[in-house]
Design a protein around this ligand. Structure first.
Ligand code: TXA
Ligand code: MG
Length: 334
């Protein structure tokens, strides 16, 4: 299969391009599309064969369910029979945006979308290309991150191409994504709501609106969100975390890995840590939101430079920093 990349305007998506993309989805094809978080791999959510192809292209385990993307509140009615009050409140406040809610699945949702679970994840992305694409198809689309399963999520069309060239029909390229980490997944079938995955919408913002929520870490749940079971967000290189500002440990580890014959890379941001000029790596922004935006790109860039080990400076686990640390800890798991 030949994978086409087509540039599309983020502000005024060209009608003819969106139309072609929707036609591909209509006949069961796969189209990667931008969202405000990361690029997604789109297929008609009500076409089980098309959804199956999404799993194949990504090499994704069958029991890891997909997020259904909508452009209009009316589409929720085909997806679930019941939205709890708290769901209405948070979606009103944060949609379109980096929030995914988990609700009871309606009988219309194909089993392959939910991996056989009784619940389904839904979100309304804040990106005109994504919204117009769904409008043009006239139906919700599934949208897992458009990377190979286990790799860092794609924040540019180029990343999608690296992972999925030859496996999908089309990539809509609207430039780098705004947020850079995936949506926050919140299970609202339980009370209090349970954050299954930290992401672009912070816990603090959710709690300001609806009061205390729980997280899978609080509860030591591991199996609640199937996706969190797998090694994830991982570059080829080994990721090693270093405490914030701990130059001593950083330098010691650099030396240790070099002595062992490894090529060492880094991602750091604080003034304390000053990597040697011979090392490859990235000094990312101290602004945590910009760090989030650059994280997956930085991991992929270092892979391209064939490093064996990436030393990454930790960030404080608050705000979007919680999502960053979640990804880094997962990436650092052997
Ligand atoms: O920002 C995002 O959410 C991106 C963009 C493209 O929208 N999409 C994305 O999808 O990150 P994906 O498939 O890479 O991650 C979906 C996560 C997985 O951890 C999955 O296990 C979880 O959501 N999930 C999906 N359906 C679920 C359900 N019914 N119950 C619990 N977790 C669910
Ligand atoms: Mg993913």
């Amino acid at each position: 299969m030949k994978t086409q990349i087509v540039k599309v305007s983020l502000e005024n998506p060209e009608y003819n391009i969106i139309h072609i993309a929707a036609e591909i989805l209509k006949i069961g094809g796969l189209v990667a599309f931008p969202t405000e978080t990361v690029y997604g791999l789109g297929a008609d959510a009500f076409n089980p064969d098309a959804v199956r192809r999404v799993f194949e292209a990504k090499n994704r385990p069958q029991d890891n369910p997909l997020i259904v993307h909508i452009s209009d509140y009316n589409q929720l009615m085909e997806i679930t029979d019941f939205i709890p009050e708290v769901g209405k409140i948070i979606t009103n406040a944060f949609w379109p945006g980096p929030l995914t809610i988990v609700v009871k699945a309606s009988k219309f949702i194909p089993t392959v979308v939910t991996g056989g679970m009784e619940t389904v994840a839904v979100r309304m992305p804040k990106n005109k290309v994504a919204l117009k694409l769904i409008d043009s198809l006239g139906k919700p689309i599934v949208g897992p991150s458009a990377n190979l399963s286990g790799k860092p999520s794609p924040t540019t069309a180029e990343h999608v191409y690296q992972d999925l060239n030859g496996k999908i029909d089309l990539i809509l390229d609207a430039g780098p994504t705004e947020i850079g980490v995936e949506s926050t997944v919140v299970d609202i079938t339980v009370q209090p709501p349970l954050i299954l995955r930290f992401g672009g919408l912070t816990r603090e913002k959710i709690e300001q609106l609806i009061g205390d929520v729980e997280t899978t870490e609080d509860l030591k749940y591991i199996r609640r969100s199937p996706g969190t079971r797998y090694r994830h967000y991982a570059p080829e290189a080994k990721v090693v975390l270093v405490e914030r500002g701990d130059a001593l440990t950083f330098n010691r580890l650099v030396q240790k890995y070099i002595d062992e014959g490894f090529k060492v890379g880094y991602i750091v941001y604080s003034d304390e840590i000053k990597p040697d000029k011979n090392l490859v790596g990235k000094i990312v922004s101290k602004d945590i939101e910009i760090y989030a935006k650059e994280l997956f790109q930085s991991l992929r860039d270092l892979d391209m430079q064939n490093v064996d080990v990436i030393l990454v400076e930790s960030v404080e686990a608050k705000g979007i920093g919680t999502a960053i640390m979640d990804r880094l800890i997962k990436a650092s798991k052997p």
